[in-house]
Design a protein around this ligand. Structure first.
Ligand code: ZN
Length: 77
């Protein structure tokens, strides 16, 4: 155990607009923020219908790898 030290965040367990604190250092990460100021996306795995299944990011403050899961399909309203 413990070789894969990636932290996991389930977006379904997050309330509000999807922002969450880094599980390691606590900096607020917003998945909608594409400026890459607080995090960098390294890998996106998608379902067949293009919905992200698993997104791997690196926190720019603590440099930990964080895996995001639990994306909801975007609703067109
Ligand atoms: Zn961090």
């Amino acid at each position: 155990m413990g070789q894969m030290m990636a932290l996991k965040v389930d977006l379904k367990s997050i309330e509000g607009e999807g922002e969450f604190p880094c599980p390691s250092c606590g900096i607020i990460i917003s998945p909608d923020d594409e400026s890459e100021k607080t995090y960098k996306i390294v890998y996106v795995e998608r379902f067949d219908d293009d919905i992200p299944k698993r997104v791997t990011i690196i926190c720019k403050k603590c440099h930990k790898t964080i895996i995001l899961e639990g994306f909801e399909p975007l609703k067109n309203e």
